[in-house]
Design a protein around this ligand. Structure first.
Ligand SMILES: Cc1ncc(COP(=O)(O)O)c(C=O)c1O
Length: 498
């Protein structure tokens, strides 16, 4: 089968004509046409190989033969909905459960991270009979209306009136740039106390907390690692108020953090969420996802009397693929690899930090690593333009990396788990060259600085400028350079109140 059907320009023209303009493309001034991929590598139409440092969906490696085989074989045999008895569904549920604490024993299979989080909210509302939700600053939980409402990453430009009045935003537990930093005597307690205060204010207004929801490690929010003990204390406050704790593992689950299979387990064995949502890596690219919860929550959901039916969720092909992904993680010790290579990568980046003042912080767990670029290590002025420059320069050297966080200055590493220490050497060597060049040769960085100055002027004139990162997420910043995406298009945000 030919990997390329149309010439690149034709593909681009058709995309512009027929695909919604809010669906952004990576490197929009010079997009990459990818026609095949394997392991941690992607190939363009000319056969050029790119090292993929960003695709956490292709968890066990792009197009892993075991996963492809499992899907193809099951597709030849049967694919139908979960109203028929089928072994794949129950075997997969059993295997998945075995990776979780016992209490989390009931699964609902769905098709995307958004569907999983939307269902998690329904479960929480039904179980508690309450309506108020606490979410974290800079969080992103999905693209459907209910999740835009709890995703400050998307809605933060809305006025208070436009925001859902049942949604309350707690500070991101970011000990580098957040409200309480590493020098605070007890940041976990301080951040958890802020959640407690929010609960108090909700109660004063007559509201009741249904759920606290958070990614176990914030990803789009800037690769944030919450301080140990934070989730336990938050869970205590939230449960005391009659609410539940939802852990979003859509980006960070399935062994990526190396020491544990689930990122919420980093907080300690004494912390168990009430609901866990999964997505992206679960099917290695096949659209599937899952919500796992306790028997009590599931029973309360059933008491509504409404059947839960999902046409594609938990179909035999998805479950065969899910099983194959779990098998490969074990067979190839990918969790162990994430730990070893992740540690190695973090050490290399730490050495870069000693060398380049632009690197303010290196943080991560396993193959979930962030490197935050700042212009001033004391003031933490975000080096947004520089982060973009690094990404574009890496792309010129056939390495795919992205920047995220509220200031788009955090370089995000979340490669397929088959990433090797040689891959880590390569990407860090290139970053070193780029950053070294930044100080010696004003060329590219001079243009960045000039564009930056123009943007700041525009900001001063227009107060705020919306921009998109390469994922189409928008930010407001006085420190903007966005050669790739250009100014963002208006968001598809539903502005309503419940
Ligand atoms: C943490 C998190 N939750 C949920 C979602 C939504 O997943 P999906 O795009 O599969 O709907 C995303 C997507 O980026 C995510 O990062």
């Amino acid at each position: 089968m030919s990997a390329e059907i149309l010439e690149k320009k034709k593909t681009l023209d058709l995309r512009k004509k027929h695909i919604g303009p809010s669906c952004k493309i990576f490197f929009s001034h010079d997009p990459i046409k990818i026609v095949r991929a394997r392991g941690q590598y992607m190939y363009d139409e000319k056969g050029q190989r790119y090292l993929d440092c960003i695709n956490n969906v292709a968890h066990v490696g792009h197009c892993h033969p075991d996963v492809v085989k499992a899907g193809a074989e099951q597709m030849e045999l049967l694919n139908t909905n979960s109203r028929f008895l089928h072994d794949n569904l129950v075997l997969y549920a059993q295997r998945l459960q075995a990776t979780l604490p016992n209490k989390l024993s009931v699964c609902y299979f769905v098709n995307s991270g958004s569907e999983a989080n939307d269902l998690a909210l329904r479960l929480a509302l039904q179980y508690t009979g309450h309506k108020d939700i606490i979410t974290l600053e800079n969080a992103y939980h999905g693209h459907v209306s209910s999740l835009i409402d709890i995703s400050p990453y998307k809605f933060h430009h809305l006025s208070d009136v436009e925001q859902n009045q049942f949604v309350h935003v707690a500070p991101s537990p970011d000990v580098y740039r957040g409200k309480y930093r590493a020098d605070h005597p007890n940041p976990a307690k301080a951040y958890a106390d802020d959640v407690k205060d929010i609960i108090g204010r909700v109660h004063e207004k007559g509201g009741k907390i249904a759920a606290f929801t958070a990614e176990s490690l914030q990803s789009c929010g800037g690769q944030v690692i919450p301080p140990p003990g934070y989730f336990q204390q938050v869970a205590e406050h939230v449960r005391q108020a009659g609410g539940v704790f939802i852990a979003d593992e859509v980006q960070v689950g399935f062994g990526r953090v190396g020491t544990h299979f689930w990122a919420f387990q980093l907080q300690g064995a004494d912390f168990v969420p009430d609901i866990v949502t999964m997505g992206k890596p679960i099917g290695n690219g096949h659209p599937m996802s899952c919500v796992v919860t306790t028997k009590e929550v599931a029973e309360a959901f059933a008491l509504s009397g409404m059947e839960y039916f999902n046409t594609f969720g938990g179909n035999p092909v998805s479950c065969a693929i899910g099983l194959a992904v779990l098998d490969v993680i074990v067979k190839e010790d990918l969790q162990g690899n994430a730990l070893r290579v992740g540690q190695y990568l973090t050490e290399l980046l730490e050495k870069q930090k000693e060398k380049h003042p632009l690197i303010g912080d290196v943080r991560g767990r396993g193959l979930f690593v962030g490197m935050e670029l700042v212009k001033d290590r004391l003031k933490l002025t975000p080096a947004t333009a520089e982060a973009q420059e690094v990404i574009y320069k890496l792309k010129e050297q056939y390495i795919l990396l992205s920047a995220d966080g509220p200031h788009r200055n955090v370089l995000k590493f979340k490669p397929p788990l088959c990433f090797t220490s040689e891959d880590a050497d390569l990407v860090v060597e290139k970053i070193d060259h780029i950053l070294t060049g930044a100080y010696r040769l004003p060329g590219p960085f001079l243009s960045v600085v000039l564009e930056h100055a123009v943007t700041r002027l525009a900001c001063a004139l227009f107060k705020r400028i919306k921009v998109c990162n390469e994922n189409g997420h928008q930010y407001h910043s006085g420190l903007i350079l966005n050669r790739g995406s250009g100014p963002g298009v208006p968001q598809q945000t539903k502005r309503h109140r419940r």
